[in-house]
Design a protein around this ligand. Sequence first.
Ligand SMILES: Cc1cc2nc3c(=O)[nH]c(=O)nc-3n(C[C@H](O)[C@H](O)[C@H](O)COP(=O)(O)OP(=O)(O)OC[C@H]3O[C@@H](n4cnc5c(N)ncnc54)[C@H](O)[C@@H]3O)c2cc1C
Length: 400
Amino acid sequence: MMQTTQVLILGAGAAGLMCAISAGQRKRQVIILDHASRAGNKIRISGGGRCNFTNYFIEPEAYLSNNPHFCKSALSRYTQWDFIALMEKHGLPFHEKEAGQLFSDRKAQAIVDMLLAEIQEVGAQLSLETEIYTVIKTKENQSPYRFQVTTSQGDYLCESLVVATGGLSMPALGASALGYQIAQEFGLSLVPQRAALVPFTLHPQDKAFSASLAGLSINIRAHTAEKSFQGALLFTHRGLSGPAILQISSYWQAGVPVSIHLMPDIDVLKALKEARQAHPKWELKTWLAQYWPQRLAKAWCDYQNWPASVTLSELSNLKLESYAQTIQAWVPNIAGTEGYRTAEVTLGGIDTDELSSKSMQAKQVEGLYFIGEVVDVSGHLGGFNFQWAWSSAWAAGEYV
Ligand SMILES: Cc1cc2nc3c(=O)[nH]c(=O)nc-3n(C[C@H](O)[C@H](O)[C@H](O)COP(=O)(O)OP(=O)(O)OC[C@H]3O[C@@H](n4cnc5c(N)ncnc54)[C@H](O)[C@@H]3O)c2cc1C
C-alpha cells in the first residue's frame, strides 16, 4: 500500500510530536511514524516521571555543539514561554524546582496526552509500531514527492521528510541510530556521538569507597578545566551520579581529570584552623562530620588513610593545608561512564554546518529536515533538552 503526504515525520518523541503540531497548524498534511508502541516514551519517564519540560532561563550557553551559535535562532522563535503557554492552555499545572527548572505537577504522561490532543486537533496521523526499512529520494518525475519511505506498514511518498529519531541513549525505550544512518546516506557529515548527562564508573579502589556509601548524597562542585557545576553528588555501587556529576559528564572524555570540591560552600583551610583553635581535642572525623554525614566522614578517613585517632591540635599547618587541598580537589579515578544504557542524552549528531539554523533543512538536500536530539545540539540538565526539541521542531514545522 502506498500513502502520500505532504510531511512525513520519523519519530514520535518530543521533537516529532511538536513538529507535527507546528506543521499541522499551517494546514500541512502530516503523518508521523514510530517503531515504538507508544508515543513520547522519553517524555513519560523524564524528570523522575514529572518531566522537566523547560527552564525559565533558557540561554544558548546551556547547550553543547560544535557551533554554539546554531541553537540561537530556533530557541528565540519558540521559547520557554511558548511551551508554558501551551501548558496553560491545557490547564496543566507546573512548578519550579530549582534554578528555573519547570516540572509538571501531574504525571509526565499528561504532557504526552497534551501533545497528542494537539496533534488530533490539527489532524496529523500517527502510526506506531512501524519499522522503517529504507528512505530514498524519488525520481524527479514523481514530483511533488521528494522521498519514498518503505516501512512494515507499507510505503510512503512525501514532499518533506523530517528526521526526529533522537539520540542513542536508552535503547530500551526505542532509541536507534536511524537518524544518523539517514544523514550518512544523504551525504551529511556527523559529529562523533557519545553518552552525556551520564553517571561515572570508577576504578576499583575509588569504586569500593563509593559503593560503601551507595545512596548517600552531598553538595559538591565538580570542575573540568572548561566548566564547573555545583549541586548534588550521589555515591552509587558503580561510581558517582547526581545532578552535578551528570552535568560535568557532558564535558568529560577519557583522560580529562574531574576535580571535585567536597565542601564548596566553605573555606576549608580556614575552617580547619578555626576548629583546631576552638576544639583542639576533636578528631578529624569529628570535624568532617560537622559538614558531612558521619558515614562519609569515617569512610573518607579510611579511604584517604588519614589517622583516625589523631586530634586537631596534633596537626601542623602543613598537614591541614594538605587535608584541605584533598577535600577541595578530589580527583576520582574515573573508569568511564555508564554509557547509553542510562545516559539522558547523546552528544554530537548531525553536523550543524549541514543544516539551516532557521528551518533545520539540510542545505544540500531539499525537503530533508533534522530536529531534536539527533542534531549536534545537547543541553545541560534542567529542561534544556526538551526546550531544544520543542524549539527546533517548531522551527522546522514552519517550513516543511
Ligand atoms: C531518563 C531520561 C530522563 C530525561 N529527562 C529529561 C528532562 O526532565 N528534561 C529534559 O529537558 N530532557 C530530559 N531528557 C532528555 C530528553 O528526553 C531528550 O532530549 C528528548 O526526548 C529528545 O527529543 P527527540 O524527539 O529528539 O528524541 P526522542 O524523544 O528520543 O524521540 C525519538 C523517537 O524516535 C523513535 N525512533 C527512534 N529510532 C527509530 C526507528 N529506527 N524507527 C522508528 N522510530 C524510531 C523513538 O521510538 C522515539 O519515539 C531525559 C532523557 C532520559 C533518557
